[in-house]
Ligand binder design. Structure first.
Ligand code: ATR
Length: 281
């Protein structure tokens, strides 16, 4: 650990509400320390109605970069100088860098998710994928999968108007990809190369939307929940011998992407991963 904070120390952070439980400070501080980058990462608790002042403060203080989490991922966009086109499509920014006073936003959840799939040796190119959920996170996953060349994406959401809206919006962005809002029955009976849960079902209770024991073949299963580290869906996948992954990898890789966006250095993945594992296991 670099001991001294001085006038050269760069400050990074995360704005959110609440933000107390974020894993990002531990992950990024470990990365800075490992690479001997003179920088610190701190959580900033910013209430929803204080976002504009917070961004002004970030500019005034010369903070070098920051992550954005719930509930500011969409609202922050209007205060930035530039937003990456893919983040604009998703409608959310989770990472901002301060480039000589210009605040540049991107969304590292998109690439982070796709990068995490490598842990399963899974490449979305030309694959048929089922996505459960149509919330904020689902939009980033959908953009990542579409960008990576999936051939067909079936979206299923409890509130079908939301998945329908995603279908319409993203079909326009990615006209070559079949993107369809479907009922749960369709997900159940489809052979899928990958099934992804991006809903909160399984986080608070031992629930599942899909019973893998009763549905058609799913070759890979991902749940973006990381706490608990094994949801009922992933437990079922494991018992059935289906390669599966929880959300910790996505958290790790979105962090790696953010670190690289800020510092232009390769993120020390192993160190960051070790810290995350310590927090959830
Ligand atoms: P996030 O930004 O984390 O994605 P969100 O935008 O609130 O959070 O989305 C939560 C997702 O989980 C939504 O797809 C939500 O479905 P609705 O759009 O119908 O609300 C889904 N979800 C949450 N609880 C659910 C439940 N009990 N059954 C089915 N889906 C649920």
């Amino acid at each position: 650990m670099i001991e001294k904070i001085n006038g050269n120390t760069k400050i990074y952070g995360i704005i959110g509400y609440p933000v107390k439980h974020s894993f990002s400070p531990i992950m990024h501080n470990a990365a800075f320390s490992e690479l001997k980058v003179d920088a610190r990462y701190v959580p900033f608790c910013v209430k929803p109605d204080k976002i504009s002042q917070a961004i002004e403060g970030i500019r005034a203080l010369g903070i070098s970069g920051f992550n954005v989490t719930i509930p500011h991922k969409s609202s922050v966009m209007e205060y930035l100088d530039e937003v990456a086109p893919i983040a604009r499509k998703v409608g959310a920014v989770n990472t901002v860098k301060n480039l000589n006073g210009r605040l540049i936003g991107t969304n590292t959840d998109i690439l982070g998710f796709v990068r995490s799939l490598k842990e399963l040796n899974f490449n979305p190119l030309n694959k048929k994928i089922g996505l459960l959920g149509a919330g904020g996170s689902s939009r980033a996953l959908l953009a990542g999968l579409a960008n990576a060349g999936a051939s067909e994406i079936l979206i299923c959401n409890r509130t079908m108007e939301r998945s329908k809206k995603l279908e319409l919006e993203f079909s326009r962005f990615f006209p070559k990809i079949k993107i369809k809002s479907v009922p749960l029955k369709k997900i159940n009976e489809s052979h899928l190369d990958l099934l992804v849960n991006s809903t909160s079902v399984g986080m608070l209770d031992d629930e599942i939307l899909i019973d893998l024991n009763l549905c058609s073949k799913k070759k890979h299963v991902v749940d973006i929940i990381y706490n608990p580290s094994q949801t009922k869906l992933l437990r079922q996948a494991e018992n059935l011998g289906i390669p599966n992954l929880n959300g910790l990898s996505m958290l790790l890789y979105q962090g790696c992407e953010a670190f690289e966006f800020w510092t232009n250095l390769p993120a020390p993945k192993q160190i960051m991963q070790k810290q995350l594992f310590k927090l959830v296991n």
